[in-house]
Design a protein. Sequence first.
Length: 221
Amino acid sequence: MCGRIGFFDDTNWKDALQASHIQYRDDIGTLRPSYNIAPTQLMATLMNTGVYAYTHFGLIPHWAKDAKFQPINARAESVTQKSTFKGPIRYKRCLVPVNGFYEWQRTDTGKVPYWITSSESSLIALAGIYDEWLGPDGIVIGTAVITTVPNDVMRPIHDRMPVILQQDDWRFWLDPKVTEPDALQPMLVPYGPALMVTKVSTYVNSPEHNDPKCISPSLYK
């Protein structure tokens, strides 16, 4: 799964979008750095409407009567079949830029947190889908991150990992004219081995902690 992310340095993000010939409206401006973005919190999202804005981490289906159901992940293997996701995968796709993400490994002594980043770039873009739900206080745009089976680096830690899109695929993923799932499926695969895994402390376990200490290497190996 993918339930925690960090996005605190967008230095290369806008240059990468320009290099990819992606036009957008920037509703974020100066990034609010976050080292520990958890479900229900806000995360930077570039939607296929061409709007770059903060969205709610957790997709609330537009047809939902309330906000009790908020999946944060959608499985690549079933995203085109599930009633919650089959509309968004066709018409409401997005990129979720991050510097990295967290995953917890189950051990005999408890869950051990890891911070996972790319060894090739300071940021990566996760494949996401979103929906718009009309709640009592107005429209909530909620996002879910698509996950797939792990690559060789992630397999010892967890049985799922987020779909990390290659930069060459960003523009196609965001193209609103692309609505056939078969055209998107080849992108929903495990990222190559170019990932770095850093064991961090359980400090990150609390969503209230949001500072560089979250990604600091653990003193206990």
